[in-house]
Design a protein around this ligand. Structure first.
Ligand SMILES: *[C@@H]1O[C@H](CO)[C@@H](O)[C@H](O)[C@H]1NC(C)=O
Ligand SMILES: *[C@@H]1O[C@H](CO)[C@@H](O)[C@H](O)[C@H]1NC(C)=O
Ligand SMILES: *[C@@H]1O[C@H](CO)[C@@H](O)[C@H](O)[C@H]1NC(C)=O
Ligand SMILES: *[C@@H]1O[C@H](CO)[C@@H](O)[C@H](O)[C@H]1NC(C)=O
Ligand SMILES: *[C@@H]1O[C@H](CO)[C@@H](O)[C@H](O)[C@H]1NC(C)=O
Ligand SMILES: *[C@@H]1O[C@H](CO)[C@@H](O)[C@H](O)[C@H]1NC(C)=O
Ligand SMILES: CC(=O)N[C@H]1CO[C@H](CO)[C@@H](O)[C@@H]1O
Length: 505
């Protein structure tokens, strides 16, 4: 399999040799500025340098940008929405697609899922795009099979092979020539389930189930096994440590307790060792991970049922696990606070330890309605949202003249992540607040018209990552959601955007 993949790598089109590296291209303004007060530049690469062309995407762009009232927001949308297809498809064939995150030449399960989610409503009208998306799932499945604990990427993991624990080897043994980082993150595995579920919902294409001799099912079984193991507590009845995880190494922040991380009580929750930011957890049960697990395990069962009642055994295991986690997260994942009432903690351990904060990387606490776990009107969600979006309730809420929002220790406490503001918009119910957040987003691209990873609350020039494709897709997805559900915020005529009529025109 991987010998074949290397061969495709060598076949990268020669025409792209003349194209600028987008990691550099994205650091200076390029095309004509938009006509709004900010004047955001056109940042799409020249047509011959784009890594994939989609007629459906172009139709959406043309319709949206000609209707949007705010010329700066329209330009930002156009740059961001097209970014994954324009710049991150490293190679593809009829079965497989390798998509990088942007300025890091590696693919993440989480990022690639989110990079493609925004294009799913177009699949019925764009067969090549559907095949490309199917290729993302096929490659993700192949990578999950290689080692469900690891991020899937094509670059040497810097950890030495000797660090793999002989007592509890990861299964199958990690292949250090094909993995970028060695951190187990529950949501990465759930992302694969999510993209599979949504892909089938929009395409009705069953070929993902048959590719590679049904490797998709083997990958799903591996995921369920990881989940079952990680839902076991640290100590058995005799006090023996029964953790299954020990693969931290020099290229990751070191996990305490011989690489196993902080102890977990017997709760029914599913452990993780790294956060969606790729930072180590403070406590092993990340609450947004649990919310996503409940939704995606039920989604897995629904997917299999709708695809012809496939694998009833997997369906029942997934449903049973989802119910256990749902009950457990309401019991162990909530905290009664003095100032905010009952809220979700960001992470817990089942012993009373709790991280009272949020992190901007999705899945996050603010994103709970976007994940589909709860409605925005749920009182515990409302309390949690108030807490983590306040300067007194969340140690990682950064604020200053440039931007205010959730920051992350992944960079530092004074760099707010625009992605967190996108989450505030996509889960937002207050029009005035949504408009303010859109202002912040437009104001903090450092005049470059694309999403950054993080921006200093006091200095817009101090930002990280000029080319972050997930954040760009997420922004595009959110603007399209507003266009459908709150069109009066974007369009003068207030008429909702409608995929079917736009794509047929
Ligand atoms: C690891 O991957 C490389 C590159 O695809 C391959 O040549 C090698 O055989 C693999 N090693 C193992 C142990 O699977
Ligand atoms: C996209 O279309 C342009 C022409 O508009 C072409 O030059 C380019 O090669 C196409 N890209 C791909 C990946 O097919
Ligand atoms: C956008 O699409 C709508 C159909 O939803 C169509 O009526 C309208 O004319 C299109 N507008 C532009 C400017 O393309
Ligand atoms: C794609 O998969 C099919 C079915 O497994 C196989 O016959 C075909 O050769 C594959 N194509 C490529 C380019 O690997
Ligand atoms: C959210 O609200 C809708 C309608 O009010 C309801 O149908 C749906 O079940 C709710 N979802 C959740 C997760 O509570
Ligand atoms: C965005 O920038 C404009 C122009 O400098 C400024 O008037 C506005 O207050 C800013 N908005 C926010 C939310 O910072
Ligand atoms: C039990 C065991 O094998 N523990 C190892 C876990 O990994 C660390 C290095 O990351 C080793 O130091 C431990 O010996």
């Amino acid at each position: 399999m991987f010998v074949a993949l290397s061969a495709f790598l060598l076949l990268l089109p020669a025409v792209r040799a003349q194209c600028p590296d987008f990691a550099v291209y994205s650091t200076t303004p390029q095309g004509t500025p938009s006509t709004g007060p900010i004047g955001l530049p056109f940042m799409r690469p020249a047509p011959e340098c784009r890594t994939f062309n989609s007629t459906a995407v172009e139709k959406v762009v043309a319709n949206m940008t000609s209707r949007m009232m705010d010329a700066d927001l329209a330009r930002f949308f156009e740059n961001a929405y097209t970014n994954t297809l324009d710049t991150t498809i490293k190679w593809f064939n009829e079965n497989l697609t390798f998509v990088v995150t942007g300025d890091i030449p590696a693919e993440w399960l989480r990022d690639s899922c989110n990079q493609f989610k925004v294009y799913l409503p177009l699949l019925g009208q764009d067969q090549p795009l559907q095949e490309l998306t199917r290729g993302v799932i096929n490659l993700q499945g192949t990578q999950v099979l290689l080692n469900p604990f690891l991020h899937p990427v094509f670059k040497a993991c810097r950890r030495s092979a000797a660090a793999a624990t002989p007592a509890r080897p990861s299964r199958p043994p990690e292949n250090l020539t094909i993995v970028w980082t060695c951190g187990y993150e529950l949501d990465s595995l759930l992302s694969f389930l999510q993209l599979s579920r949504l892909y089938f919902q929009y395409s009705n294409d069953k070929s993902i189930f048959t590719f590679n001799n049904g490797g998709w099912f083997t990958a799903v079984e591996a995921i369920l096994q990881v989940i079952a193991e990680q839902a076991t507590p640290t100590y058995d009845a005799d006090g023996n440590v029964i953790s299954f995880y020990n693969i931290s190494g020099p290229n990751q922040q070191y996990m305490k307790n011989d690489g196993r991380g902080p102890p977990k009580a017997n709760t029914g929750l599913i452990g993780t060792t790294y956060r969606p930011s790729d930072d180590v957890v403070y406590f092993p049960y990340n609450v947004p991970h649990q919310a996503m697990a409940v939704v995606e395990l039920r989604g897995l069962a629904a997917l299999l049922k709708s695809a012809g009642n496939l694998r009833p055994d997997i369906q029942s295991e997934a449903l049973a696990r989802a119910s256990t986690v749902e009950t457990a997260v309401m019991k162990w994942g909530t905290v009664l606070t003095k100032d905010w009432g009952e809220v979700f903690a960001y992470e817990v351990d089942g012993y009373g330890g709790a991280a009272m904060q949020d992190d901007p990387n999705v899945p996050s606490l603010v994103s709970i309605p976007y994940l589909g776990f709860m409605n925005a009107t749920n009182p515990i969600y409302q309390n949690t949202r108030k807490m983590v979006l306040s300067t007194t309730g969340n140690p990682y809420y950064g604020f200053g003249p440039v931007i205010r929002g959730v920051s992350s220790p992944h960079i530092d406490e004074k760099h707010v992540w625009p992605m967190g503001l996108v989450t505030e918009v996509v889960t937002g119910t207050d029009d005035a607040d949504i408009l303010v957040k859109l202002e912040y987003l437009k104001n903090t691209t450092t005049g470059l018209g694309l999403m950054h990873e993080s921006v200093n609350t006091h200095n817009v020039e101090d930002y990280t990552r000029p080319w972050f494709a997930w954040a760009n897709s997420y922004f595009g997805e959110t603007i399209l959601q507003l266009a459908q559900t709150k069109p009066h915020l974007l369009f003068a005529d207030g008429k909702a955007f409608d995929y079917a009529s736009v794509l047929q025109s």
